[in-house]
Design a protein around this ligand. Sequence first.
Ligand code: CUA
Length: 179
Amino acid sequence: MSDSDKIRETNNRKGVNLPLLIVSIVIVGLTTGIATMKVLDTRIERKIEKVKITKDQLREFISKVDRMVAKYTVRTDEDGLPIVHPPAGSEVYILAKNYDFGKFTLELEKGKTYQLKLAAKELKHAIVVHELKLQNRIKVGEIKTIEFVPAKAGTFRVVCGEWCGVGHPSMAGKIIVTE
Ligand code: CUA
């Protein structure tokens, strides 16, 4: 085999792999594109507002969480945590802190609209409920309001989606959605 033959053979091999490479790139590209569109879709569906708050307003927010828990606790769960069932259409206050979303379990009704009010106490966190496509960052110094309609009934895990320190892996709770 002459040198030029060898070169031709090498080129041929590259030529055979090229279509495969292109197909792979297209598949990866499409998958990523669809995934991104899905994420954007869920963002677009929900109305989200952010308002800057002072430390005093944060204190006020925390007392609203406490008042909500006191007023709408309907029973306790197997861990002894209060189950809080705010009325459909109401404002629901969630404070993300090191390291929980409040020591209660939220109970909402499927298909009803709630105004989720989110605030963080010391650090940035994120509230994530995969099954309900809820995934939002919660930053210190602001209240984020999300128009939220739980689309599925069941009991779902609420986890933190932002690294927030040693307690991050255990920063979890649950949410119940009734039919
Ligand atoms: Cu809170 Cu991670």
